[in-house]
Design a protein around this ligand. Structure first.
Ligand code: N01
Length: 535
């Protein structure tokens, strides 16, 4: 096909988190002319935007980092679960080591992207008035780039300060002595609550669903021991590709229902003592597929947590006798002292299932039975996961069809990367890929390698155009739904199911296995990129 005029770049990557930075490195290495842009002032993706006090990663060192030796050889972490400042420094280190800065433009938002059907390339509007063209558009926005703020009556009347955890002011917010209202008790809510409880005049935590939080078991890391452990890194990084979650180990291959009660309790206890997300991803094989197996895990979790809460009424709210949802079908978070803060005089829990918020007023929040005064309102209310950031990029494909319209009734994507009607676009870490279920760097490397290979394959054949076939897109979308139906995930109103956003189509938003995903993507490549039309 004719391809004039030539676009400015072979590829534009949008997003400087793990997936965007990895793609930039791999495509540069393969000789492509690539530009990476990001609205953020610094690389780091979620670690730029989510800089609230206490923000830290839930995957332990060295799982949450790139596998390239040139990056890890001279990098040491100070904590087992690093905080946002250290993660941001890590990203700067990565960009230094891989010499990526010349190809990155920070503080450069993509305002719109339109596919030019005559030229078979993308026209991007960067900022308010810059236009750039690119053969391939590679959004790498992460699954949580669009914060969700519930539509609460009266928010405009609030005279204090308010913010969402994922849009925390970069200059910080002083929490000392403040009367803080925190809405939401997911992973972000737990982390900010633990910090705010240290210094707030009053912290009121508004809980709709209790979080099933696991012990973090944070540790300071010794540099010498870490250096010694690096001999194992290559094996650890290979191993994480062989697991469902992209972590270093897999669930047991035995059911919770075939072992004795004592054996079950011993395994639960072992996972509990190891800390981190082990209790979620190293548990019995049927934790997330069998309700009875799941109930055993919930009961263990509940009893452990209740043992830490003296007040029985509070214990019932934080760790109810009856599970609010099957354990692990909403993302567990990690906690350090979350269950202890509620015994402090300056911390109070409001159960929104009993006393819903009626409206925000100038100086606080009115619930069904009281007014709670506050001068800082924190929304830790999550994200329009998977699709939200992509829709906000104002992407339009063939015939001017917007992605928002294409996904109005269902998010559809072939391999969780390509959408029919939107040629020459592949998104990384997006919906219907493992993203939200996966350790970030693992999926980023799997997808980044695959995208690099695909673009090299196209270049070798002098193809300028690819597009997911509608039948392949439907097949993949159905496959993700079928995989989800074999699990307990549909039983929870989670962001995994799209159920946290009013009006969002209910569907499992991620593919539930990195190793399975990687094998299917490899099959597609080995079959000449079946499911794509090329020209
Ligand atoms: O968001 P969430 P998050 N009124 O959607 C509540 C990753 N992450 O930012 O459960 C009142 O999980 C909502 O209640 P309910 C991680 O993958 C990782 O915390 O819907 N409450 C819930 O309690 C995580 O899963 C890390 O009933 C409302 C909370 O807000 C994902 O990001 C750290 C409400 C939202 O929880 C998202 O986590 C942080 C309303 N109208 C995040 N609407 C680490 O690795 C929502 N809620 C450390």
């Amino acid at each position: 096909m004719s391809a004039a005029p030539s676009p400015d770049h072979d590829a534009v990557i949008v997003g400087a988190g793990f997936s965007g930075v990895y793609l930039l490195y791999k495509l540069r290495e393969a000789g492509f002319d690539v530009l990476l842009v990001d609205a953020a002032a610094e690389p780091g993706g979620v670690w730029y935007w989510n800089r609230y006090p206490g923000a830290r990663v839930d995957s332990q060192v060295p799982i949450y980092e790139f596998s390239m030796p040139e990056v890890w050889e001279d990098w040491t972490w100070t904590e087992r679960f690093p905080g946002w400042q250290e993660l941001r420094a890590y990203f700067r280190h990565v960009c230094d080591r891989l010499d990526l800065w010349p190809f990155m433009r920070m503080a450069t938002p993509v305002k719109a992207a339109r596919f030019d059907e005559d030229g078979a390339f993308w026209r991007l509007r960067l900022g308010d008035d810059e236009n750039v063209t690119t053969r391939f558009l590679l959004p790498a926005l992460g699954f949580a780039s669009k914060p969700y703020i519930p539509d609460l009556a009266g928010l405009d009347d609030f005279s204090g300060e308010w913010c969402h955890t994922a849009r925390w002011p970069q200059e910080g917010v002083d929490l000392t002595g403040r009367r803080i209202a925190l809405i939401g008790t997911g992973a972000s809510g737990v982390q900010v609550a633990q910090e705010a409880a240290k210094c707030a005049g009053q912290l009121t935590i508004f809980q709709r669903t209790p979080i099933l939080a696991l012990p973090m078991r944070q540790q300071a890391l010794d540099e010498t021991a870490q250096t010694r452990r690096k001999a194992d890194y290559p094996a650890i990084f290979r191993q994480r590709l062989q697991t469902s979650g992209g972590f270093e180990c897999q669930s047991l291959d035995v059911s919770a229902l075939v072992v004795t009660e004592a054996e079950r309790a011993a395994h639960f206890e072992d996972l509990w003592q190891r800390g981190g997300l082990c209790f979620w991803y190293n548990n019995f094989a049927d934790l997330l597929t069998d309700e009875e197996a799941n109930r055993h895990a919930y009961a263990f979790w509940r009893d452990k947590v209740r043992a830490r809460i003296a007040d029985p009424a509070l214990a019932e709210k934080l760790a109810p006798r009856v599970p609010p949802h099957p354990f692990g079908t909403k993302r567990p978070s990690l906690e350090q002292n979350y269950y202890k803060i509620f015994s402090q005089d300056n911390v109070k829990l409001v159960d929104l299932m009993e006393t819903p918020i009626e409206r925000i007023v100038a100086d606080g929040i009115e619930t069904a039975d009281e007014k709670i005064a506050c001068d800082l309102l924190v929304f830790a209310t999550g994200f329009d996961a998977g699709r939200g950031g992509l829709i906000d990029m104002n992407i339009s494909g063939r015939g001017g069809l917007s992605l928002a319209k294409a996904w109005e009734h269902e998010v559809r994507a072939y391999l969780g990367m390509a959408v029919s009607g939107f040629p020459n676009m592949l998104f990384a870490y997006g919906p219907l890929s493992p993203s939200g279920f996966s350790n970030g760097p693992t999926s980023s490397e799997v997808q980044g390698d695959w995208i690099r290979d695909f673009l090299v394959w196209l270049r070798n054949r002098e193809f300028h155009l690819f597009e997911a076939e509608a039948s392949a897109e439907k097949g993949w979308t159905d496959l993700v739904a079928q995989a989800g139906a074999m699990t307990l995930f549909p039983k929870a109103d989670s962001w995994y199911m799209g159920a946290n956003i009013p009006g969002k189509p209910r569907q499992l938003i991620n593919f539930p296995s990195v190793v399975g995903y990687s094998a299917l993507c490899d099959d597609v490549a080995n079959n000449g990129y079946a499911g794509f039309a090329m020209g």
